[in-house]
Design a protein around this ligand. Structure first.
Ligand SMILES: C[S@@+](CC[C@H](N)C(=O)[O-])C[C@H]1O[C@@H](n2cnc3c(N)ncnc32)[C@H](O)[C@@H]1O
Length: 305
């Protein structure tokens, strides 16, 4: 992926605060001071990949620092309060466990959204929720956002941030998407415009592939509920997971088209993966993976009219 140009003054300030806490009055490495000087003088966008390259070279900034930078303009509170509990990120949960088989009640959409007739984007496996919060803040009057996440603590913290930002167009739910997606989206009053599945848990072992979130019933449900012209965005840093998702959505070619067939400005590599992130904001997993030098495999589909 190329540079991300959404950085602004808030990101610059966040960089300053990260750097001062990390180096605590010690001399800064030359690449970091140059970056700060550049940002101070120009107040112009700077490049996350350049920071990542510096950070990696210097072993000074970490990938969580880069997440903080990417989302600096959200100004989220990072102290997790006692009632939320410590948010410990375990690698995978087993979505086939009995405890995840009970669907949560469908919410009253008029209670959770200011206008429940707006087009809806659903992010499956929304993780921390920052990606969806960033989008919701930018499209506060035109779109609703629903994050489905199987880890309750992540949902609690994301909902805490929703309140902190006073957003009325976003909602996070503790839900196993495999069990709940159909019931939730079919009850939503407005059109389902976009579904994203971003860096889903890979469940590497063959006997665990059935735990992967993208399975035939979910694909059918997405395809059937999307409004004509609606979109599906998939990505993964794990080639076989990306390929598994791609094969399942490519097989719906009578209903879905890949976006480069419709919009000639969208470019793909020789194997048909998108060359860049169409959202202009990276998810956390994406930032961590790119920091480690991984490629992100992306596909975006459009439902035929
Ligand atoms: C690797 S993380 C990626 C999070 C985020 N999308 C990102 O790119 O940073 C995958 C997320 O999907 C969640 N998840 C896994 N299976 C799920 C399921 N069946 N329903 C809802 N969420 C699920 C996990 O708890 C985890 O937060």
């Amino acid at each position: 992926m190329g540079c991300c140009f959404q950085y602004n003054r808030a990101a610059g300030e966040a960089l300053h605060s990260i750097v001062s806490s990390r180096f605590n009055r010690q001399p800064l490495p030359p690449s970091i001071s140059m970056l700060l000087a550049y940002n101070n003088h120009c107040h112009r966008p700077f490049c996350s990949t350049r920071i990542a390259a510096s950070a990696k070279q210097q072993k000074q900034l970490t990938s969580p620092d880069l997440v903080a930078l990417e989302y600096a303009d959200l100004n989220l509170t990072h102290q997790v309060s006692q009632e939320l509990g410590h948010v410990r990120i375990r690698q995978h949960v087993n979505p086939l466990a009995a405890s995840f088989s009970i669907p949560p009640p469908v919410p009253d959409w008029n209670q959770v959204f200011r206008d429940s007739t707006l087009p809806l984007m659903v992010d499956i496996g929304s993780g921390s929720g920052r990606f969806l919060l960033w989008l919701a803040k930018r499209n506060a009057d035109s779109r609703n956002y629903l994050g489905l996440e199987i880890r309750q603590k992540l949902v609690n913290r994301a909902e805490f941030w929703v309140k902190e930002l006073a957003l009325r167009n976003i909602h996070f739910m503790f839900a196993n998407a495999t069990v709940s997606f159909q019931q939730l989206v079919s009850s939503y009053p407005g059109p389902l415009m976009l579904v994203s599945i971003l860096c889903p848990d890979p469940h590497f072992k063959t006997r665990h592939h059935k735990r992967r979130v993208v399975q035939r019933p979910l694909v059918d449900s997405i395809v059937n509920n999307l409004v004509p012209g609606g979109q599906v965005f998939l990505q993964s840093d794990v080639p076989e997971v990306a390929m598994d998702m791609r094969n399942q959505f490519d097989s719906e070619s009578d209903v879905l088209q890949h976006i480069d067939a419709i919009d000639p400005r969208v470019q793909c590599d020789m194997e048909g993966w998108l060359l860049s992130n169409p959202f202009g904001i990276r998810t956390e997993r994406e930032i961590h993976a790119e920091f480690e030098g991984a490629k992100i495999y992306r596909r975006m589909y459009w439902k035929r009219i």
